[in-house]
Write a protein that binds this ligand. Sequence first.
Ligand SMILES: C[S@@+](CC[C@H](N)C(=O)[O-])C[C@H]1O[C@@H](n2cnc3c(N)ncnc32)[C@H](O)[C@@H]1O
Length: 294
Amino acid sequence: MDPQATGNVADVLQRTAARFREAGVDAPRLDAELLLMETLGWSREDLYRNPEGELQESHAERFESLVSRRVRGEPVAYITGSQEFWSLDLRVTPHVLIPRPETEHLVETVLDFLASRPDPCRVLEVGTGSGAIAVCLAKESARAEVWATDVSAPALDVARENARRHGVERRIHWLRGDLLAPVRGLPGCFDVLVSNPPYVPNGEIPRLQRDVRDWEPALALDGGADGMDFYRRIVRDGVRHVRQGGLLAVEVGAEQGDDVSRLFRAHGELRRVRVRPDYAGLPRVVTAERVQGV
Ligand SMILES: C[S@@+](CC[C@H](N)C(=O)[O-])C[C@H]1O[C@@H](n2cnc3c(N)ncnc32)[C@H](O)[C@@H]1O
């Protein structure tokens, strides 16, 4: 057994955090705690209440195997198989992007809009991944019926599992296919079209943080030469699926607020284009309403 993982909880956490720091892990102490919680089946409170608790040999071995995966760069969410998003515990696998806190702004924007609409509300999510957005919207808005698409079959399996886990599977329809192809027969049908599409310019992918570049699915990241491919396609093929007065809402990269707004403004049937910043003050969500024949 590796001596790194023996001793009491406080010592093991301290040594593991130091090891992570040396390996260039972003949040060394937090990740050490999350992996120890996973190993012991404990809450964070349990960790703080039992700093003197000695690790059993079997726990120490298991912890060491998780720690060495993290040292090699694997994100904690893939190691533990779960990620919290909007206070929901979501299952994640390497087939799906790990849901980011920034995406909660997109969920919030759509929920605000849904609150102002008459029943029932039909929402289309394009590129659902883990189902984070679709599941949250169905969970938070009892009036929402959601159609969610993804080109990746294993991602849709994860999304389905998350819907079951949170009791909303009856209000989400999962559709596999290229962007809007699965809803081709449903024009003018949706109150909201929402998407957090792949938006990283492909020349920037080699410069992403190692944990993202080497572990998260390229399919979820690559937005084409300028990162704008999916926005262009969503505007070109998606607006016709939105009802008169309905909302188009997308997450954008911090540098993309102006380009995406311009794209929305250039479409003859979109108006009231708005950019919503995240908590860091960076552009994060762009929205517009559909108006026919303006
Ligand atoms: C940035 S991830 C967003 C995942 C999730 N909605 C979230 O916010 O955490 C983009 C998603 O788009 C999917 N995707 C990529 N290309 C696609 C395409 N051509 N058609 C449909 N989905 C696609 C990927 O599989 C991935 O799940």
